[in-house]
Design a protein around this ligand. Structure first.
Ligand SMILES: [Fe+2]
Length: 245
């Protein structure tokens, strides 16, 4: 069931690691190291190193811009469809961290997270074969090799190692799908993949937790969780996003 009652955790290393291993995410409020967040994530928590994101940034500003208005993208105020970060990069981020500088003053801008691992472990044989067959995820920024990888990779013990999922990328061939007015863009995916995306959306909608981040809060989550976001109107909303591996 969807829940809106997310308890923040303390900023100390053990509390954050305990929340990450138990729930796949950790939410911290009244975060005091806004300017040193990158150092907090890498040196203090020891989660890994930050990665370069689109535009060459390690600290990527999630903010609506006029050129993003027609997209389903972090550069817009639009709803974001379920996805994980970095699907067209050869190495997926292991963790995503969102630092909320300023939440939307009006409604919206709520983040939804869901863990669909249990469902992925129980796929039927045909779908499992299709999802573990490598496919073309396109060119990452500033790269000359396309990323060819399966949608799902399993560990030897059957756990999910990677879930390379972006509804926009898989249905429309673009992580920042261009919206056509209020209608969806044309769907390029084959019927089995369309059906799978419908199923994933249903899983996400029925099992997500909701977090409406406060100003000066930090949300860290395992990038095998799906996330999405509701639309908002306040264009002054700003988050800083980190990818860590
Ligand atoms: Fe995202």
């Amino acid at each position: 069931m969807a829940s809106t009652n997310i308890e923040p955790v303390e900023t100390d290393r053990s509390a954050v690691h305990a929340a990450l291993s138990q729930n796949g995410f950790a939410y911290v409020e009244s975060f005091s190291d806004m300017d040193d967040c990158q150092d907090y994530l890498t040196t203090y928590l020891g989660l890994g190193q930050t990665m370069e994101q689109p535009g060459g940034h390690h600290a990527y500003e999630v903010r609506a811009r006029p050129d993003g208005d027609a997209q389903s993208s972090s550069r817009s105020t639009n709803e974001l469809n379920p996805h994980v970060e970095g699907v067209n990069y050869p190495d997926l981020p292991r963790y995503v961290a969102l630092l909320c500088v300023r939440q939307a003053r009006s409604d919206g801008g709520t983040t939804m997270l869901s863990n669909v691992e249990e469902r992925l472990r129980n796929l039927d044989a045909d779908l499992r074969r299709d999802l573990t067959t490598p496919r073309d995820f396109g060119l990452p920024p500033n790269a000359d090799e396309r990323t060819i990888a399966p949608i799902v990779e399993f560990d030897d013990d059957g756990g999910v190692r990677h879930f390379r999922y972006s509804e926009n990328q898989l249905l429309y061939g673009d992580t920042h799908a261009v919206l056509h007015g209020s209608a969806s863009p044309p769907i390029l995916a084959k019927p089995w993949l369309r059906a799978f995306c419908r199923e994933v959306r249903k899983w996400h909608e029925t099992s997500h937790i909701q977090i409406r981040m406060h100003d000066r809060s930090l949300l860290i989550f395992d990038n095998r969780l799906l996330h999405s976001r509701t639309r908002f109107t306040d264009r002054a909303r700003v988050l800083i996003r980190f990818w860590i591996r």
